[in-house]
Design a protein around this ligand. Structure first.
Ligand code: FES
Ligand code: FES
Length: 132
């Protein structure tokens, strides 16, 4: 039921771990299943230079976090904010419909880490403040 890419990123997840002195850290939980994802970002001159994650969750959650870290590195903060869970799933050649909700974690964890970065650097205006 999973694509080869999903299996690959699940069996050999990229960028597992944490970044010491990360510029942005975001942790989100999936209300549907209780799984948790934590995302660490290193940001220099508005470019994401490194990303690491820890995910306590299902295979699809691990695979999407792994792919999400690969997608964000090299992007600007604004570009990374536009990455959707659909884009992450597409980069993995798709997810089974019942597993699409797992990819929300990756999108939300990236957003949370970027918001943390903005907050720490005084870049957050009230309109972008998350209520989640
Ligand atoms: Fe939690 Fe998928 S329901 S691992
Ligand atoms: Fe919980 Fe996949 S079932 S994130």
């Amino acid at each position: 039921m999973y694509s080869d890419k999903v299996m690959d990123h699940f069996m050999n997840p990229r960028n597992v771990g944490e970044i010491e002195n990360a510029d942005g850290v975001g942790q989100v939980g999936n209300a549907k299943c209780g799984d948790i994802m934590k995302m660490y970002l290193k940001i220099e001159d508005n470019i994401i230079t490194d990303a690491k994650f820890k995910t306590f969750g299902c295979g699809a959650a691990v695979a999407t976090s792994s792919m999400a870290t690969e997608l964000v590195v090299g992007k600007t903060v604004d570009e990374a904010l536009m990455i959707t869970n659909k884009a992450v799933a597409e980069a993995l050649d798709g997810l089974p419909p019942v597993k699409m909700h797992c990819s929300n974690l990756a999108e939300e964890a990236i957003r949370a880490a970027l918001e943390d970065y903005k907050k720490k650097n005084g870049l957050l205006d009230s309109s972008t403040e998350s209520t989640a």
